[in-house]
Structure formats: structure tokens, C-alpha cells
Design a protein around this ligand. Structure first.
Ligand code: SF4
Ligand code: SF4
Ligand code: SF4
Length: 394
């Protein structure tokens, strides 16, 4: 028998009993007993539709691996959810960019009568329907097949999902030894705080450990950029707020940060949480808010000290030729795509900082390892071409 046939054979009352006995809870950001959602949807007498997808705020999409690995399970779970609310109209939402996955699943979904939509779920239009997480659908299918196990999914370094007990300490799942910060559940934590968290706190299956080599400003900017692209733009605070928050992170990373950016981020970010319709607006500012709150030193270094402590933000990184080591071979100038290395055979080469794009190609080409990178102060360098061996430090 198929999974759906199993559920059907069980009958509505027995299935409900099984769901309640297993304490099946809606997955992700809006946890509540699944049957509460079902009973609420059943109050709608105008015909209920079923919508399944990731949480709108989930721009990482790690939990999509479940759909990629076991599509039949998720699709059958959507069928079972539809049976619970007596619906025949079923939608599966995939992130906008996942058009290839949509193509791969199209025929299979059609066989289940499920329509695939590459978009986030419109929370206003689906208010009275049954909206469930993809993982909830998979859990429903497992329950019907009698193989359901309580737990949460966590992605490993290769993006593979592993189900683990919800109360597994985060420190058992990732190494915090070299951690500077941990991004989990849409916000940043210090390693000490992360040590107190559990697997269930990683609501989208992602635990990202940032080390001293990662820049909080750059990482936050990347996250906000993904969030801005995910926003549907219906709520002013989400649409405009994300533009402003992303702009400020990018300005800071480009050495143009201003002292009032923290206060502005707080004002806009907090307003977004309370003035937006769905989890994109409600969650996305938390990365920027928690980054400023917990890693203020790193922001201060960028804004006030003109320094990126991780050496990541290009605007603060200097690439230069060490005049004591350069042998004047010219290899670096040959590979520089910006044509910004000056020199001739036997002369110490010089990089024009204004033109340099910091691509690092010259560093790879220099066998003498004479091209160095620093996010601190530049040492004394020649101000004109001079023969190898002629440069004096003083
Ligand atoms: S918070 Fe509003 S604007 Fe942002 S994605 Fe959700 S519905 Fe769209
Ligand atoms: S490749 Fe290295 S050693 Fe050769 S000229 Fe460039 S900096 Fe000097
Ligand atoms: S980092 Fe790239 S652009 Fe800059 S000097 Fe080296 S090769 Fe040229």
C-alpha cells in the first residue's frame, strides 16, 4: 500500500488519534500542535486549501534536502494534510530560484494533484487555509507508515540532513572550539550562549559557526541581501527596512560606516518585527540586531578604527609588495587583471592601491611570497621604482 492508502485505511478518527498521541507539532518558526491548525482550518466553511513550504524567512533552504531526497514522502504528507481538512486543492511552495527543482518534481507533483509554486506563501491570502511546513508533511507521511520518530533535522557541512533529538546540545552537533560567533535560528549568538542551546533552536536546520576568519559585518550583509531578494514587498517595513539594513551593512564593510548605524538598525529592525505580515519581515532583522548587540566591537573596529578584524572586507585590506623580498621577476604584473602593478625586470614592483581589486592573483603568482596582505597599517614602501636591493627601511 502507498503511504496515502495507509492513512486512508486508518480512517480519520484513528489518524487524528495517532497524530495527537505522537504530539505532532508544526515544524519551524510557528510551532503549535498540528491538530490545532487542522481544527482551525476545518472551521472555514468556504473550502480549505493546503499550502506546504519552508518558512518564508528560510533563505538558507537547507530543509529542501528532505524534498530532494524523499519527494514522495513530502508529497504524500501533503495529500494526508489535505485529507484531514477535506481539501483537493494542494500547493507546494519552493523558493523563487528553485526552478530546476520545480521542473524535476512537476510530473510527480501532478500525479498527486499538487500545484508547484516558486514563491513564498502569501500569508494574507492563505489565512483561513491549512499552511504546513514541508517537514510537517514528511512527518505526517512517516506517521501513516508507522515509522515516525520525534526529532529535528540538522544539515551537516555537506548539506545532508540528519534527524536528531530536539534537545541535543548544539555543542554535540558542531565544534565550538574555534567559534567567534554562531548563527542559528535567524540570529547570532556568542559561543557561550550557543553552548546553552539545543538542536530545536536551529529552526531551519542550519547551525553556522563563524571563526576569527569570518567577518560578522560581511556575513550579515550577505544574509540581508538574500532576505531582501525573498521579500515580496507588500509590507512597507519589510521592503524598505531590508533595503536600509542591507545598505548600512554594505556601507560599514566598504569603510563608509557611520556612528549612528547601530541606533538606526535598532529602530528599523525592531519596527520590522512588529509591523510585518510574515516571517521574512519578522525574522530577517534579527541577524543585524543580534550582530550589533553581541559583536559591537567588530562593528566599532570597522566604523571607528578603519579595520576589519577578520581581514575579509576588501576596503580595509591592503595588498603590497614587500620591497625586501621582491626580486623583480615581473610574474605578478603579467597576471594582474587590473594592470595595476608597476615595475620592470630587476626592479622592486609596486601595486597601485587605488586600482587594485584585491583579487589575489598576484599573490598566487609570486613564488617569492613577496606580495603580502594586511588589514592593519601599511609598512614603509618605496614611493618610486627602484632597483632590487636598493630599498632602505629608514
Ligand atoms: S513580511 Fe510582508 S513584505 Fe515581507 S515577505 Fe512577508 S508579506 Fe512580503
Ligand atoms: S612576482 Fe613577486 S618577486 Fe616577482 S616581481 Fe612580483 S612581487 Fe616581485
Ligand atoms: S590583487 Fe589582483 S588587482 Fe590587485 S595587484 Fe594583485 S593581481 Fe592586481
Amino acid at each position: 500500500m502507498t503511504t496515502f492508502e495507509n492513512a486512508k485505511a486508518m480512517g480519520y478518527a484513528a489518524l487524528v488519534e495517532k497524530i495527537q498521541a505522537a504530539s505532532l507539532t508544526e515544524y519551524g518558526l510557528c510551532p503549535e500542535p498540528l491538530m490545532d491548525k487542522v481544527f482551525r482550518a476545518n472551521e472555514n466553511t468556504n473550502g480549505v486549501h493546503v499550502h506546504a513550504g519552508l518558512n518564508n524567512a528560510d533563505v538558507d533552504g537547507a530543509l529542501l534536502a528532505l524534498l530532494k531526497e524523499c519527494p514522495e514522502k513530502v508529497l504524500s504528507g501533503i495529500d494526508i494534510a489535505a485529507m484531514l481538512v477535506g481539501s483537493s486543492v494542494k500547493f507546494l511552495y519552493l523558493p523563487e530560484q528553485e526552478t530546476e527543482l520545480a521542473g524535476e518534481l512537476k510530473a510527480q507533483a501532478e500525479a498527486h494533484g499538487i500545484i508547484i509554486v516558486n514563491d513564498i506563501i502569501n500569508v494574507r491570502e492563505t489565512e483561513k487555509d491549512l499552511c504546513i511546513h514541508l517537514v510537517t508533511a514528511a512527518d505526517l507521511a512517516d506517521l501513516a507508515d508507522g515509522v515516525y520518530e520525534d526529532g529535528v533535522y540538522i544539515a551537516d557541512g555537506e548539506g545532508k540532513l540528519k534527524k536528531t533529538a530536539a534537545d541535543t546540545p548544539v555543542s554535540d552537533l558542531v565544534s565550538l572550539d574555534d567559534a567567534k560567533a554562531v548563527y542559528l535560528g535567524y540570529r547570532y549568538y556568542t559561543p557561550a550562549e550557543a553552548g546553552e542551546l539545543k538542536a530545536k533552536d536551529a529552526t531551519n536546520g542550519v547551525i553556522r559557526v563563524l571563526t576569527q576568519k569570518d567577518c560578522i559585518v560581511a556575513e550579515t550583509g550577505k544574509l540581508l541581501s538574500k532576505d531582501r531578494k525573498a521579500s515580496c514587498g507588500r509590507c512597507v517595513f519589510c521592503r524598505e527596512g531590508l533595503i536600509q539594513l542591507e545598505y548600512m551593512q554594505k556601507e560599514i564593510a566598504s569603510a563608509r560606516g557611520k556612528a549612528n548605524f547601530q541606533a538606526l538598525t535598532k529602530e528599523i529592525g525592531e519596527a520590522m518585527i512588529y509591523s510585518t505580515l510574515c516571517t521574512v519581515g519578522q525574522e530577517s532583522s534579527k541577524a543585524a540586531l543580534s550582530a550589533f548587540e553581541k559583536f559591537g566591537d567588530e562593528f566599532e573596529a570597522h566604523i571607528k578604527k578603519n579595520k576589519c578584524p577578520a581581514g575579509v572586507c576588501g576596503a580595509f585590506v591592503h595588498i603590497y609588495v614587500d620591497p625586501q623580498t621582491c626580486n623583480g621577476c615581473g610574474e605578478c604584473a603579467d597576471v594582474c587583471p587590473a594592470n595595476c602593478i608597476d615595475g620592470k625586470p630587476g626592479y622592486i614592483h609596486m601595486i597601485d592601491e587605488f586600482e587594485c581589486t584585491k583579487c589575489g592573483k598576484c599573490m598566487e603568482a609570486c613564488e617569492e611570497e613577496a606580495i603580502l596582505q594586511t588589514s592593519g597599517k601599511l609598512p614603509k614602501l618605496p614611493n618610486r621604482l627602484m632597483k632590487v636591493g636598493k630599498f632602505k627601511k629608514r
